[in-house]
Ligand binder design. Structure first.
Ligand code: DAH
Length: 366
């Protein structure tokens, strides 16, 4: 061990005696063998082979010996030091190899192990699309309105000027709840939210309402008994069809791309007068050169998008709004349908079957 060489005696030169050198050698070799790791070995090297180690100090004494004794003592100490250095080097190699093995074992990653991490769910593409649409209108200062999916017959139909004989009221289209004399339906359109809004607040009204609707349709590639619509309603002073056109052009360009506009075709809805079917410019061919071969619009250059019109004064009256002061416009589009042509989706059912492989293709925001 290091420390003052207490055996130093210039007369006897005890440290250089054969058994003493042997002791130092044995002590060093034992310490080397006992060094459990590289740090421990570093300390052992200092203690037994460093400048102040017993063998180094003994080596320094050799010069003080009479010439005859010097040779033998020199050999003894030299051999002992050689053996210690060799043992140090050998132990160093062993410990380094062990260290490397341990690091490899500790840092190994078994990429085949089953993961305990659960895939986080994502939001449904239709939810995302509905929110995107709502956001477009909120950005123009509109509000988002909501209504129940189980709705009073009066709000779903009568208030919207859909008289009792209107074909949409037959059992064909509507899910009625029981008992029938309660006159409660699953809403067939988001339009009752128009009536609800007018009945509960005063103009000016600027609302958009995305939501689920129900009809007794077949379930196939293009129909579903449950689907989504977005309704828009404005009631204010001096509102005209021009405001409606401008709003829908803006909506179309935001949803389908810059420069995508709409066209109106005359139509009929009981709750609007005049009414129009609204088409959106095909955002793929844009009605240009590739139109004839365009799959998205089937060569039309336009895609049917929804219905719209100037709110029928009868609806304003039914909902307590004075048509002499106020006028309004309304529109309604299928969200699923918009999603289908926007993303070139051929089978509507993919939207309702809950396969995460489908949803994740559209980005699963949490
Ligand atoms: N509710 C209509 C439907 O389901 C769509 C619609 C047409 C809504 C014209 C409107 C509108 O607000 O003005 O077919």
């Amino acid at each position: 061990m290091s420390g003052p060489n207490t055996d130093y005696d210039p007369v006897e030169v005890t440290p250089l005696k054969a058994e003493h050198v042997e002791e130092m050698r044995e002590a060093a070799l034992a310490a080397i063998a006992a060094a459990a790791d590289l740090d421990a070995l570093k300390q052992v090297r200092l203690d037994h082979a460093g400048d102040r180690s017993p063998l180094a100090l003994a080596n320094r004494e050799i010069g003080a010996l009479p010439p005859q004794a010097r040779k033998e003592a020199g050999q003894r100490v030299g051999q002992a030091r050689g053996a210690v250095n060799q043992a140090l080097a050998a132990r160093q190699r062993v410990l380094e190899a062990e260290h490397e093995q341990r690091m490899l074992a500790e840092e190994a990653v078994d990429v085949t192990l089953p993961t305990t991490r659960h895939r986080r769910g994502g939001r449904h593409p239709i939810t995302l699309q509905s929110e995107l649409i709502a956001d477009l209108f909120v950005a123009m200062g509109w509000e988002v309105a909501e209504g129940p999916v189980v709705e009073a017959e009066w709000l779903n139909f009568d208030a919207l000027n859909l008289g009792p004989d209107h074909p949409a009221r037959t059992m064909q289209d509507t899910f009625w709840t029981e008992p029938a004399d309660h006159h409660v339906v699953l809403r067939t359109q988001t339009s009752p939210v128009q009536a609800r809004t007018m009945l509960t607040r005063k103009p000016p009204i600027y609302v958009v309402c995305p939501g689920r609707v129900f009809r007794t349709d077949e379930y196939d590639a293009t129909h579903s008994p449950m689907f989504h619509q977005v309704e828009g309603l404005v009631v204010d002073e001096g509102i005209t069809m021009a405001h409606l056109k401008g709003t829908l052009d803006h909506f179309a360009s935001q949803l389908f791309g810059d420069g995508i506009t709409t066209r109106f075709r005359p139509s009929y809805f009981p709750f609007t007068e005049p009414s129009a079917e609204v088409d959106v410019r095909c955002f793929v061919c844009r009605g240009g050169e590739g139109q004839a071969a365009c799959r998205t619009c089937r060569g039309e250059g336009w895609i049917e998008w929804g219905g719209c019109g100037v709110v029928n004064p009868r609806v304003l009256v039914a909902c307590g709004v004075d048509p002499a002061v106020y006028s309004g416009f309304a529109f309604g589009m299928g969200i699923d349908r918009s999603f289908m042509f926007r993303h070139d989706l051929e089978d509507l059912r993919a939207l309702f079957e809950g396969d995460v492989r489908f949803s994740s293709a559209f980005g699963t925001e949490i």
